[in-house]
Each structure stands twice: as structure tokens, then as C-alpha cells.
Ligand binder design. Sequence first.
Ligand SMILES: *[C@@H]1O[C@H](CO)[C@@H](O)[C@H](O)[C@H]1NC(C)=O
Ligand SMILES: *[C@@H]1O[C@H](CO)[C@@H](O)[C@H](O)[C@H]1NC(C)=O
Length: 443
Amino acid sequence: MVLLAASGRSCFQLGFPSIFACRRPLLRGSMILALILCCCMLGVLAGTATPVPEIRRVDVVLGCSYVGEEGLPRAFGGSQHPATLVLRGLSVTDDGTLGDITDYEIPQEDHSSSAPIIFEASAQLVSIPYADALLHVDCSGEEVSCELSPYSFQQEGNGLCPASWFLAAIRLSSGISIALLLRGPSCGSQKDEGHNVALHPKLRIPMSKEGTLLTTVEFQSSSNNTSLRTRLGSSITFDCHFALAPSFLLSSLEWRRQHRGSGRSLFRYHVGNAGPTVQPKFHVDVEQLLGNGDASLTLQEATVDDEGMYICLVSTAQHQVQHNIQLLVTEPPRVRVFPTEVSFERDETITLTCNIAGYYPLDISVSWTQKSSEDEVEISLSNTRFSSHRQSRDGTYSIASYLSVSSATAQLPATYTCHVSHVALEAPISISTHLKAPGECQG
Ligand SMILES: *[C@@H]1O[C@H](CO)[C@@H](O)[C@H](O)[C@H]1NC(C)=O
Ligand SMILES: *[C@@H]1O[C@H](CO)[C@@H](O)[C@H](O)[C@H]1NC(C)=O
């Protein structure tokens, strides 16, 4: 609060060192900095006065790369160029900490060939999802990637001058993925206004006086998590939502799974046709789909065969946007060590067994340690052997690890521990067995 008062409500005058850490190198211009400073103040002011949150309209600016030259498919080395995506007037919640936010102003004309291509996108026809996450991305420590590319439109053309369309693919490191279809200026507008309209030097389409490309978001779709994990037998939902400008209608939704080189359709629905075609165990709520653009797919009782890349394909008569969602099935191991307690006879070697069962996927790490009363710390042991791994009917694996201990060399009494790490475990499992010295009382 002190900081805010002293700064006279201007984001620029905050002399707060950590603020500059938030600045991303891709962004240019003082107004971008203003946005970022304001969003950083959220952290500074958290926990102070809590005014009622209100909805505000702000510009969100993302550093992107533009991929693909006109007419040159990406596979043929379409080049990359820096780009800036200015999302105009997004609705975000302000709990009083956003401060004064000024609209983004286009930087002074930059004629160098490396100047970013600036796309201004108006979100008046469809609202942009996750606007709050996008605004605060710099301060929440999230990584954002944004790629703009030309989008070829299926049915416009036919001798008419086509509008230029672009796809913005935005990904946040938390797993959110957003696709925006932008309608750019058409070459028709050039004719309408005579020859006064300048063409963008790279994209050869009409640009605004400030040298930007004015676009409208006409189709957005998103997924809240593109990397999911589930346990065997659980149900899981693959999130996929979309919104369309009023001039477009949903024509179909399809969900596919791609795994180890083969693809399969799980759900297909054409608007107007009878019912959807759907594989057992899968479900999409068609009422939600048509009502509010919720295209999410639910899978019941996951098995290891359900792993793969799930693809949500939302289509209108003219366009298609897709989201890829990776599903990993993970099942933690059950670990037992036996015998659980051992009394040695003299000159005897016994074998300890660590049995690890029911895990998925295959990768697992097993180690043994020993600790006698004289050892300060646990000592790693390397003289271990393994069984080959077995796969059971449900696809899970099991393996055994063996450790031989000889009374001639062991310092007894001692505790032997089997440690197991696996991707499905938050922390390793450690199971111990106690070896008594010869003659030590039975416990
Ligand atoms: C995405 O899913 C993974 C695995 O199911 C989970 O660990 C992670 O927290 C999820 N991310 C978000 C943002 O919900
Ligand atoms: C993601 O979307 C799914 C399905 O729409 C929903 O069940 C889940 O709660 C969402 N998760 C987050 C972290 O928002």
C-alpha cells in the first residue's frame, strides 16, 4: 500500500527490483512494461485491502513468433519472424490491485527488417478464454509460447479476393492451450479505399496507419490441460471448449486417439445428423456441446490401452481447430520385502527379496541400503540381482530384486532397506527388514 501511495498511482515509478525480473525480453515498448508492472503489483499488494472484484477491459500483449512465409508450407523451411499479438479489450477481474492500466500503444514505426509483425486482435465477437491467466503470466512464473501462422480457409476463394486468416496457438506451461482464429484484412478493402492503403512489407496484405495488421477473433477454442495422468480404473475428462462468431455454425466435433503410429476415431458427431458415433467407455454431452461449446470427452475406467494423444477437432463448414491432449496412465507399485525379520545362524548366507508389483509404466528404480548400529548413515549396496520383469493381464508390471547377505561379512544387527522410485509415486517407497546377530534373542 505504501508503495502504491508513494508512486502516485503510476505503475512506472515503483522502484521495486523484483519487478524487472518479470519483464520478458520479447516485449518492447513502455506500455507493455506498464502492463507488466501492474500485474506484478498483485503480488506486492496481496493480502492488503480487498475491494470487491470488478471486471475490467485491458489489452494483453504477447511476444510471439510468426511461422511460415506466404505460400511456403512449414515443412519446406517456412521462416520464423518475431511477432507481437495485441489482444484488445480482454475482460479480466480486478480486485483493486491492477492500478491504472493504459491501453497498449503501438510503438513508433520501426523500419528495420527485424521489427516484429504486430497483430492487433479485437475480441468483440467471441470472448478470449483464460484472459486472467494471460494477463498475469509474467508474474506467475509461467512460460508462455505463442505462434502465429497463416491459416488456409477451405471455401472462400473461387476467384473472390480471400480474406487473410491467421491461427494463433498459445500455450501456457501450466497446460492451458488456446487457439484463436483471426480474420485479417481482406484485399477487397484495399480496392474499396483506392490505392491509399499500404501493404504490409512481409505479408503483402493491407495494414493500418500504424503499420499493424487489424484482425478479429472469429473462432476460439481451448483446453485447460494438455497433459493428463490417470490411474487404472479411474475416469478422466479431456477438456475442450470453443466459441464461434455469430456468422459461423458448428458443423462437427470429432475426438480421435493417436498412439504408436495408429489412429482411431472415438467420437464423431455431425450437427443435424441423428446421433453421434461413439466408442464404448467414451462420452460427450451433446447438449452441452450445442448449448455452450463444451466439447469435453469423458473416459470411464481407464486401462493401459487408453494411453495416447487425444485430439479434439472442432469444425465449422469452413474451418477446423484442434487440441492435442496427452494421456499417460500411471499406477504406483506395491512393495514388500521378505523375510521381514531374520535371525542368522553362523556361516550362513540368506537372500532378501524385494517384491515390486502392479506398476505402470515400466520404468522403475530399485536400490538397497544397509544400516548397522555402527553406521551413522545408510550405506548403498550394489551387489543386487533382479528377476526379469513380468506383465500381468491388466498391463501392469512386476519385478523382484534380491540381496544376498552373509553372516561372515555383515555387521549385525543391521537394517536392510529396499527403496523404490516410480513416476506414479510422489516420494519413493522404502521398506525395511531387520537382521539380528547370531544368538540375539527372538523378538
Ligand atoms: C494437469 O493434469 C496433471 C495430471 O493429471 C496435473 O498434475 C496438473 O495439476 C494439471 N494441471 C492443471 C493446471 O490443472
Ligand atoms: C478442466 O476441465 C475439466 C473438464 O471440463 C474439469 O472437469 C476440470 O475441473 C478442469 N480443471 C481445471 C484445473 O480447471
